[in-house]
Design a binder for this molecule. Structure first.
Ligand code: ZN
Length: 623
């Protein structure tokens, strides 16, 4: 039955995604790379064949590659940015400035051809600018062949050798990578240590390295019997090794991804856990004193994947690897690199977060640099849903901490709009608060606007329509508008493009002809529809719903499982709104605006009646 359902849903998904985006296009890459590692010098040589398909309606005269390793050189943009920003990332600080020659990172391009013709190119920091021998016409392909030599930097941020937990190689942002060209043009961002955006395609990667190493990464190992180390099919016999007795070639294939990452260590071991739907989770780590912690992670990772599959769309690859490495937690297609020395809770929470990036950016491949809130924010939203689920649920607002962070930013008057490009935030702190917290609030709060059911249906539709593509904020908005049958321009304009804030208050509660008149006021610049819950002295509850005229509809069902009264829409320009309750004031015990706390009201003190009992929630008990 389960299989039948998934076949049916595949057909539906396939049809909707074909019909969904008329005129949508994206570029395509097909990489073949052969890497030979010199682990004495921490250097490697690379041969890269890249078949690039120009699906755009434009003829291209230039192409650009990212050369991320070049960021790890004294005087690079990343170095200077880190030394001049108000609140540098302590992992970077001024460390790049003091790197020695054998500690820096670099890519040296030895040759580059297009369809066999030598090309002119220029290395400009972390970008390779390439003048084409002939234009790649709209709809046509070109084959680029590149030879390069690289040095793996000492680990400063994300990528590099010898991380703080002793992992030899965290190989991320490690190869010359074609920049993305989309309807907004080229995105050849100089790398200053922040976000990524890649071209969708297929990777075939052969890594030759000393045979003592175990490698984990993006993609499926093609020669499991040869490499062994937990990849082999144990029912088959090991093949005898051929070639260089000291080295081994690992062959990986990764279909339909936009990046490829790997990590290697001589002390790595791996365990696996199988999900019920057949996805294999690989845990690749150093089996030291923390083995117990990794063992406790396994069932939590499984539960997390199953919850996200059910609520946000099904993970389409057959494998996901959780690999010890990097400098905290960082997401890559089909894997994450994560450190494990802090605590079990942190290992679980970060694994949940990074694995959810498989959905938000791994599959729904937004331009992280332009819209960091769409990957970090959406991931954080889902992360805390999962963390609540792992604790058996029941929290009214699992994102309370994120709301607190956002409010502190507002109070400090340091807000920048969510439209800010990730590289251009004035501080790391504001970037973090915006991308992670305000981005997560945007989704959580949207549930209050359109109703929780429409939101969660919408998250799945968003996945169905846009996975394996590059959705934009507009695409997300349209999915939600259609799901809710509601106009949401105002919501995204106000919350994404401005720093306007929300503040509603209960101004007065008065007797009026045997009924009660409640005066509500909009104090903030951003208008919102309101849920007002009234608790009567007999213990009963009633939910008064006040939509806004600009929404052109009421929301559907939502989290309140109590009697609902739909009030007439509030034309937002009116500073005040009179809400009539069909009972005398003497019968009312308490009134509260948005007891779910999903609305990012920056002043909760004026949200309740009577004021003297104003607590976080007078209506609902609990968190
Ligand atoms: Zn993240």
């Amino acid at each position: 039955m389960k299989q039948l359902i998934s076949i049916l849903s595949f057909i539906v998904i396939f049809q909707t995604s074909c019909a969904a985006q008329k005129g949508y296009w994206q570029q395509h890459v097909n990489y073949k790379m052969e890497i030979d590692m010199n682990t004495e010098k921490n250097q490697f040589t690379g041969e890269q064949e890249l078949v690039y398909t120009n699906n755009s309606p434009d003829d291209l005269n230039k192409v650009y590659y990212h050369l991320y390793y070049n960021a790890f050189q004294p005087g690079s943009m990343m170095d200077v940015r880190s030394r001049t920003i108000a609140d540098p990332d302590p992992r970077v600080g001024d460390r790049i400035l003091y790197l020695k020659d054998n500690e820096i990172g670099y890519h040296k391009i030895k040759s580059l051809t297009q369809n066999g013709k030598a090309l002119k190119y220029k290395v400009v920091g972390t970008i390779l600018e390439v003048e084409l021998a002939e234009p790649i016409k709209a709809g046509k392909k070109a084959t680029f062949k590149m030879s390069f030599e690289s040095q793996v930097p000492v680990q400063i941020r994300r990528t590099g050798r010898d991380n703080q937990e002793g992992i030899d190689y965290s190989m991320t942002q490690w190869y010359p990578k074609m920049c993305e060209y989309d309807k907004d043009g080229w995105h050849a961002n100089p790398y200053i240590g922040r976000e990524f955006y890649g071209v969708w395609g297929d990777f075939d990667v052969k890594i030759t390295i000393d045979k003592d190493y175990l490698i984990g990464g993006t993609g499926y190992v093609q020669n499991p019997q040869e490499v062994g180390k937990g990849y082999e099919d144990k029912s088959k016999k090991m093949k005898t090794q051929k070639g260089d007795a000291n080295k081994l070639t690992w062959h990986f294939v990764a279909p339909q991804v936009h990046d490829f990452a790997w990590a290697a260590d001589t002390d790595f071991t791996q365990d696996t856990t199988l999900l019920d739907n057949g996805t294999l989770l690989r845990f690749i780590y150093i089996k030291d004193t923390l083995v117990d912690r990794w063992n406790k992670l396994k069932p939590k990772a499984k539960q997390s994947f199953e919850f996200v599959n059910e609520n946000f769309g099904e993970y389409p690859y057959k494998q996901y690897s959780i690999i010890q490495g990097g400098d905290g937690g960082m997401e890559y297609p089909m894997c994450t690199l994560i450190t494990s020395h802090s605590s079990l809770n942190s290992l679980i929470s970060v694994t949940v977060h990074e694995s959810i990036h498989s959905w938000f950016q791994g599959l729904l491949a937004t331009n992280e640099s332009k819209y960091p809130w769409m990957d970090e924010g959406f991931t954080t939203f889902a992360q805390y849903k999962v963390m609540d689920h792992l604790k058996n649920g029941g929290s009214i607002n699992p994102l309370a901490r994120q709301y607190g962070g956002y409010k502190r930013l507002v109070e400090a008057k340091r807000q920048e709009p969510l439209t800010t490009h990730a590289d251009f935030y004035k501080s790391n702190g504001v970037y973090g608060s915006n991308a992670y917290s305000k981005g997560a609030i945007l989704v959580m709060q949207l549930g209050g606007v359109i109703g929780e059911d429409a939101l969660m249906r919408g998250m799945k539709t968003y996945f169905d329509k846009w996975h394996f593509k590059h959705p934009t904020p507009q695409d997300f908005k349209r999915v939600m508008e259609k799901e809710a049958d509601m106009e949401l321009d105002w919501y995204f304009e106000q919350f994404v493009e401005t720093t306007n804030t929300i503040d509603y208050s209960i101004e007065s509660v008065e007797d009026k002809n045997g009924k009660t008149s409640v005066t509500l006021a909009r104090k903030g610049d951003m208008p919102m529809p309101l849920d007002v819950v009234v608790k009567f002295k007999d213990g009963s509850l009633k939910w008064y719903y006040i939509p806004m005229r600009i929404m052109r509809n009421n929301k559907g069902s939502d989290i309140y499982e109590i009697e609902r009264v739909n009030k007439k829409a509030w034309p937002w320009v009116y500073p005040e709104y009179e809400m009539i309750i069909d009972a005398p004031k003497s019968q009312i015990e308490a009134i509260q605006i948005d007891p779910s706390t999903r609305m990012a009201d920056v002043n909760l003190k004026n949200n309740t009646y009577p004021k003297e009992t104003a607590k976080k929630s007078v209506i609902f008990q609990g968190e």
